[in-house]
Design a protein around this ligand. Sequence first.
Ligand code: BDR
Ligand code: CA
Length: 307
Amino acid sequence: MTKVLIDCDPGIDDAMALALAAGAPGLEIVAITTVGGNVDLSLTTANALALREFLGLGDVPVTAGSSGALLRRTVRAAAVHGESGLGGVVLPAPSLTVADGHAADRIIDTLRAAPGEITLVAIGPLTNIALAVLREPRVVEWARDLVIMGGSFTRGNHNPAAEFNILADPEAAQIVFGAGWTVKMLGLDVTLTATVTSGVLERMRPLGRLAELLVPAAQFYGEVTADGGPAIHDACAVAYVMDPSLVTQTPAVVNVETIGEFTRGMTVVDFRLRDRQPNALVATGLDVTRFWELVLGTYRELADRLG
Ligand code: BDR
Ligand code: CA
């Protein structure tokens, strides 16, 4: 069983990633932490609370964290995820509330209690992870792994140079890449291939209550056609934890541009190691067919449990 702490900003694809983790027989979600990102922290936290119950996650703690970037002005993506963050999907009101404390402390305390056991999966801006590293640098040793959805070595999405999660807090991202661990980076280079085509959508429709989340959320997220559709970026990070063989990885030295007038938030990925130690394993390929088999099969199992 792989224990995961998921730091997220739900977010349509965050919701799909949480659903994947909830259904994964080999994963145990030990905590969920939220960060302001796609929408404000109050909404990402409300969405995480609703998703926890909708997905049958029991009393896994949901802890709120940073509302905005460490240093810079806040960037949001409500145009992509809707004003609520879930593309207009309304989930039943949750009965359980948010846990006390700050997400960064939750991350520190959870890792300290089980050194070497817990994989951090960060699928929003990296503000909470950076704060955890700044407050307690030993989280780097305590984490079993750090897997992020963020960055790219070929292009941006929020602008030509930068991917949203990195652009939303470049200083935090640079702290995380410089912390001393080997970041498993799943960037746009691979996540943009994980698209909900009409064939995929048809396989989501019979998934009972789960389909009531997945189908309208995916349709809101982008136009679904036979050949393409919205990319469910964040689910790639969870799928990687479930089965690393889905992804081809290349070691690299990654730095984050924090100053550039046109390139702020860009991940500068140098595959030329020369004599340097890599600080990242960068995803350079995704087996999309096997990805969807894993994701849809796991959704099926979850749907059977949820009814
Ligand atoms: C990332 O940005 C967010 O909008 C998504 O939830 C995902 O984490 C993709 O660039
Ligand atoms: Ca996200």
